[in-house]
Design a protein around this ligand. Structure first.
Ligand SMILES: N[C@@H](CCC(=O)N[C@@H](CS)C(=O)NCC(=O)O)C(=O)O
Length: 203
């Protein structure tokens, strides 16, 4: 199994899951300028990471990849404890992280895709950060009650949240007073699988 990634970008979530499930895998870094190369576009027509290649099976989209890995290794119990409500809760958080939180970082990383006037970049960034503050507050609440995002326990949603929190810290999103998130971040940082993935990506 091979995971295509850019260091610190969202494929870090799948990379951590690969560490957690303990299956053999390799990683290949994609340089930003190679995202639009014909070779890479053949694997991932959207020209983004992650892409996972498992034999003749090529898969993109974070949520699809995370579920695929969890389904390949049910013994790791990363998809919501194998019952409809548990799975629904994991999907709830994955949807929230992928559609709302992840997307709200995009004006911070690539403002030129959202506005033509770069003198407005600071204003755009401050609105994006305010939006992210509110989105993270919603995630903080369950983490004041339990260690992992889904109440069924550790899941594929947790590495995704961890990646987004790393970005929030890098971009100085205000997370003051969000103690659930503080504890979660510290737990993830101490996790051997997280450490291994970060080390392999040179982070
Ligand atoms: N919908 C995709 C989005 C993936 C995505 O946004 N990847 C970013 C890195 S975190 C990327 O490759 N950005 C490069 C670009 O947009 O040019 C998914 O969830 O997998």
């Amino acid at each position: 199994m091979k995971l295509y990634y850019m260091p610190g970008a969202c494929p870090l979530a799948a990379h951590i899951v690969l560490e957690w499930i303990g299956a053999p895998f390799e990683i290949t870094e994609v340089k930003r300028e190679a995202l639009r190369s014909p070779e890479y576009l053949r694997l991932n027509p959207a020209g983004v990471v992650p892409t996972l290649v498992d034999g003749d099976f090529v898969l993109s989209e974070n949520i699809a990849i995370l579920h695929y890995l969890a389904d390949l290794h049910p013994e790791a119990r990363l998809a919501g404890d194998d019952n409809p409500r548990g799975r629904a809760k994991v999907n709830h958080w994955l949807g929230y992280l992928n559609s709302d939180v992840h997307q709200s970082f995009k004006p911070l990383f690539a403002p030129q895709r959202y506005i033509g006037d770069s003198s407005m970049n600071e204003d755009l960034a401050s609105h994006a950060k305010a939006r992210l503050h509110g989105l993270f507050a919603v995630v903080d609440t369950p983490l004041t009650r339990h260690d992992w995002l889904a109440d069924s326990g550790r899941s594929i949603a947790d590495p995704y949240l961890y990646v987004l929190l790393r970005w929030a810290k890098g971009k100085e999103v205000d997370l003051k007073g969000m103690q659930g998130l503080d504890g979660f971040f510290a737990r993830m940082q101490a996790d051997p699988g997280v450490k291994a993935a970060e080390h392999a990506q040179g982070l």
